[in-house]
Ligand binder design. Structure first.
Ligand code: PMP
Ligand code: GLN
Length: 394
């Protein structure tokens, strides 16, 4: 632990001390060091549409966004976000008062929690949870209350009774992620309706992380919680261009919500980054207006990749949970005679030349996540084939 020489007090404050380096950085570094195929960190190995990249270049050259853009985001992007929510989900948001552009979904999550929580407030999140949730809740002084998604057949499911039982008088907020990283679970309409009912009944705020909204397969449907009765005024809806358009390095995200919620989140956001990614915001505005064929093509491409990797993992002896959404497959390593996902992932580059992520890092109940390991399939076909071949030798 980092300590100042003159004092026994650790440099890193108590709120962050438990977090260390993110698993994604650790595993990508491991891939780089060993030359293994990186199916750990979730990023595509090909860039998004060429015309969108060109739109970014044009904006840079034309001097659009090279100086501080407006605090809420450039009007073109806010208008495109509102149009997307209307077109796709029938949700009407005013681009001027109900949309806020952020530095990726990560900042949107952090700003929402920093804005909406008082120290000691409880936040319920599904476990396994995306790693920034725990850190952002901690930075905001909140207390995280995990509700564990449990294996059920070929997927992970939410136990609604467990969710209901987790709500206390101190619960301020539900932090909901669907499609869910890392399990690939997509909450059904019925499950969402029950979550919405609970939020209304207990008067809870809801922050929804919908960054994989366009990555749903096999007829699964992504429905924003904000579209359920009584939810619009209590829901901060978060998404991001990174996953949908395969530009994860651009870090252009956004929230939509009532004017009161957006104003609150902006109060925090303005002192985190103030603004970001000026020219890229113009390009993302164009991306959101791409024809439907882009979105269906992207989804179909990812479905084929999912099937390829899932089949390879099953052949190699893993128990495979079939994701209905996201670009991750969660597996159980116990059929391989293994039980410790951490040890397994640390050894995997050596044993098979592949990097994966141990799901245990996304759990408070580490033992519940111990045998699960996540693989990303947002990679070129030949890379996935090569990885499958290597894993077959396990
Ligand atoms: N939420 C989830 C569930 C994610 O998987 C990720 C990873 N990209 C993020 C948020 C962060 O998104 P961004 O890169 O836009 O900050
Ligand atoms: N969301 C990506 C994942 O789950 C990684 C993002 C990050 O590295 N912070 O792999």
């Amino acid at each position: 632990m980092a300590r100042m020489t003159s004092s026994a007090r650790p440099l890193l404050n108590r709120r962050l001390a438990e977090f260390g380096t993110t698993i994604f950085a650790e595993m990508s570094a491991l891939a780089l060091r060993t030359g293994a195929i990186n199916l750990g960190q979730g990023f595509p190995d090909t860039d998004g549409p060429e015309e969108i990249r060109e739109a970014a270049v044009r904006a840079l050259r034309d001097g659009r966004g090279n100086q501080y853009p407006p605090g809420p985001g450039v009007p073109e992007l806010r208008t495109a976000i509102a149009a997307h929510q209307q077109r796709r989900y029938g949700l009407a948001y005013d681009p001027d008062t109900e949309v806020l552009v952020t530095a990726g979904a990560t900042e949107a999550i952090a700003a929402s929690l920093l804005a909406l929580l008082e120290p000691g407030d409880e936040v319920i999140a599904f476990e396994p949870y995306y790693d920034s949730y725990a850190a952002s809740i901690a930075m905001a002084g909140g207390t995280r209350v995990p509700v564990t998604l449990r294996p059920d057949g070929d997927c992970f499911r939410l136990d609604l009774d467990e969710l209901r039982a987790a709500v206390t008088d101190r619960t301020r907020l539900l932090l909901i992620n669907t499609p869910h990283n890392p399990t690939g679970t997509v909450l059904t309409r019925a499950e969402l309706a029950a979550v919405a009912e609970l939020a209304v009944e207990r008067d809870l705020l809801v922050v929804t992380d919908e960054v994989y909204e366009h990555l749903v397969f096999d007829g699964a449907e992504h429905v924003p919680l904000a579209s359920f009765p009584g939810m619009r005024e209590r829901t901060v809806n978060i998404s991001s261009s990174g996953k949908t358009f395969s530009f994860t390095g651009w870090k252009v995200g956004w929230i939509t919500g009532s004017p009161a919620l957006v104003t609150a989140v902006r109060s925090a956001k303005q002192f985190l980054t103030y603004v970001s990614a000026g020219p890229l915001q113009y390009a993302v505005a164009e991306a959101l207006a791409l024809p439907e064929s882009y979105f269906t093509g992207f989804r179909e491409d990812m479905r084929v990749k999912r099937d390829l990797l899932a089949a390879g993992l099953a052949d190699a002896g893993f128990r495979v949970f079939k994701p209905s959404g996201t670009y991750f497959v969660t597996t159980d390593i116990r059929p391989l005679g293994e039980s410790d996902g951490f040890a397994f992932c640390r050894a995997l580059p050596e044993r098979a030349g592949v990097v994966a992520v141990p799901n245990a890092v996304f759990y408070d109940h580490r033992e519940a996540g111990a045998p699960f390991v996540r693989f990303a399939f947002c990679k070129r076909t030949e890379v996935l084939q090569k990885a499958a071949k290597r894993l077959a030798g396990l």
